[in-house]
Structure formats: C-alpha cells, structure tokens
Design a protein around this ligand. Structure first.
Ligand code: MG
Length: 270
C-alpha cells in the first residue's frame, strides 16, 4: 500500500512539474514564438504578386491573358511562309482550318521567345498512307529561315501506324522520342499543350543555353523539359545558329495523304 501511495505521489509531482508554467516560462515561450515568426517571415515574399487571370471556362479554352492565334474565324494572325507579305492561304471552314498542300507552310505574323502554346488538330477520318506519309504536319516552335526551318514538334497519325520512334507524333523530330503514344483515332480532335523555352546566344553568336520544351499530348506528358541539341533536320545532325524571337510555323508536308486541320490556337508569352 505504501508503495502505491509513493508511486501516486511521484506521478502527481511529475505532472505538476510538466504542466505548471510560471510567468517567466510563459514570457520565454512568447519571445521564442516571436523569434520564430520573424525567422519565418525572413523567407516569405509578398511582391511582386503573380498576375490575376481568368482561366478558360473549360480545358483548352484560352485564359484571359492569352494571345489568340486562331479562334475559328480567320487567319489574320498568319502569313504565307514563302512570301510573308501574303496572307496564309489555308482553308478556313466550320471553325477550323485545313492545310493547303499546294501553298506550303504558314507562320504567325507575331514573333515569340518563351511561351505556353495550346493548339488542336484533327487527322481526317478517311486518312490513308503509312509511316511518315499519314497525316504528317508539324509545329515549328521557332521558325527559322535556314537549315531545317526551326524546331519541329511532330504532328503525325500514329494511331496503329508505326514509324521511327523519334519521328512519331509527340517527338521533337529526330531528337527526342515521346514518353508515350497518346494518339486519338483519326477523325477526333487532339490537343497539344507546349511550354517552350527558346535558346539563348551571346553577342558573338555562341550558344549560352539550349532550347527546351515540355509537351502534353491530349493531356499526357510526352516531353518532360526536354533539351534540344539544335534544329530538327530530316537529314544530318541538329545545329544551332543565333536567332532571337521567331514566328511559330505550321508545316504543309509533301506526302500524299489527306490534309489535316487545326483549331483553337492560343499562346501565352512567358
Ligand atoms: Mg512533320
């Protein structure tokens, strides 16, 4: 019994010791809290604030700060790539436009450096051909007037259609194999969302930093901050040559398959 009493007494004293707070200890705690607050504040920033924008009403719709490159009505933002004084001659109908293989590539009138791009395309339901000759087009993320013509993100129908994997849809042409094949069937609209970082050069034309791109194909990550080794030629090795802001170009590929269509194109400069 005595033992039990002693044990209870020890517990009671311990409890009192742990929980009892004198004015001094409360003061110390308060000072410590204040010190922690100011240490935490030292690594918190309140400006500049990120801009407030209104997101699109649904996936793929442009947010309030986007530059609209095609909203279904006309190709006023685009020019003929062969003669940039001429309007783009691709065919607008039903809220989209279709590649005109007779007139060649088209390019934006505006020039861009780093940006976020949304673009949708549709392979015709009656597409024919195989390999690279089946719905081939492409998005040149910076169109250049020499060599391969820039950096091409491939557009191709790879729904049950094989080709070299570094040239299938979602590839940076002949440089980077996509992480997945997220193709939809011909006849269905598909989307690319791209984050593009342009290469940088010093005053002597020496490369300071590589171009890089992150790409979602139909919402699936297919290029994860991929660095490019230069432009994307059909033959030969990639090369860099000094350039600045550049247009975005859409490819009119010379294969005989039915032309594809594009719609809902917008860009946010970064
Ligand atoms: Mg192509």
């Amino acid at each position: 019994m005595k033992k039990n009493l002693l044990f209870t007494a020890i517990i009671a004293v311990s409890f009192f010791t742990v929980t009892a707070q004198t004015p001094d200890s409360l003061q110390r705690e308060h000072v410590q809290d204040s010190l922690n607050d100011s240490k935490a504040h030292a690594t918190e920033y309140y400006s500049p604030e990120p801009p407030i924008i209104t997101p699109g009403a649904s996936y793929g719709m442009p947010p309030s700060d986007a530059i609209i490159l095609f909203d279904g009505k006309n190709l006023d933002e685009w020019a003929d790539d062969r003669d940039t004084t001429q309007p783009a001659k691709w065919i607008v109908a039903d809220g989209n436009f279709t590649v005109n293989k007779k007139t060649g590539d088209i390019r934006t009138k505006r020039r861009f450096t780093d940006y976020q791009l949304h673009i949708e395309y549709r392979i015709p339901a009656d597409i024919t051909g195989s390999g690279q000759a089946r719905g081939n087009s492409g998005i040149f993320l910076a169109a250049l007037p020499w060599g391969a013509g820039g950096y091409e993100l491939q557009v191709l129908d790879n729904y049950n259609n094989k080709t070299y994997v570094n040239g299938q849809v979602g590839s940076f042409y002949k440089q980077a194999v996509p992480l997945a094949n997220a193709c939809r069937k011909p006849g269905e609209w598909q989307a690319y969302d791209v984050i593009w970082t342009a290469p940088r050069f010093n005053d002597h034309g020496i490369l300071k930093s590589l171009a890089s791109g992150t790409v979602f194909h139909n919402g699936v990550l297919v290029q994860n901050n991929t660095y490019l080794l230069g432009d994307t030629p059909y033959i030969g090795q990639p090369q860099y040559k000094k350039h600045g802001a550049a247009p975005i170009k859409l490819q009119s590929h010379g294969d005989k398959s039915e032309p594809i269509s594009y719609r809902n194109i917008w860009v946010r400069e970064l």
